[in-house]
Design a protein around this ligand. Structure first.
Ligand code: ZN
Length: 159
């Protein structure tokens, strides 16, 4: 259990696939930025997942960048610190570290723009101890990288 954040690659859209999709895959890009196979047939979905995760392109599972934000207790600790100034971190607190293990949701461009305003505030945030400060610095750097990556290829940040 824990929280991961990632950005899907755009190898499909930019023609950089290493292995073409099978002819029966009707490939499309989902709202999250990942690929879908366009089939409800379980065998087709399994074959698609195998292709997607290991063969389609150089990125494992089609992820361009992935960060482990942390386990439940670490995320809880970040929440506890930032909650002291919750008005400064609306997106971070409600959509990034809203819980230690939310998954399947994502930040679209509007949210990412708001996140960009909040991230610099992490830099000068007065934590209650040095260990939390180090965790927060790492969290800051992870968010900066995720935002940059999402901006470059114009895709959401997914959890
Ligand atoms: Zn890729």
């Amino acid at each position: 259990m824990g929280l991961d954040a990632f950005v899907y690659c755009n190898c499909f859209e930019t023609g950089k696939l290493l292995s073409p999709p099978r002819a029966d895959f009707d490939v499309s890009v989902s709202d999250e930025g990942g690929l879908e196979c366009g089939s409800r047939d379980l065998d087709t979905q399994i074959a698609f997942d195998a292709w997607r995760s290991l063969e389609a392109c150089e990125h494992e599972d089609g992820k361009l960048l992935q960060h482990r934000i942390g386990n439940l207790s670490l995320v809880g600790r970040l929440r506890q610190e930032l909650n002291r100034r919750h008005e400064d971190f609306p997106v971070i607190l409600t959509k990034v570290i809203s819980s230690g293990s939310h998954c399947g949701d994502f930040l679209a461009m509007d949210d990412i723009r708001q996140l960009q305003l909040e991230v610099p505030r992490l830099k000068n945030f007065p934590c209650s101890d040095e260990e939390s400060q180090a965790l927060l610095d790492r969290f800051h750097d992870q968010l900066v990288e995720l935002i940059e990556c999402a901006a470059v290829i114009n895709k959401p940040i997914v959890f």
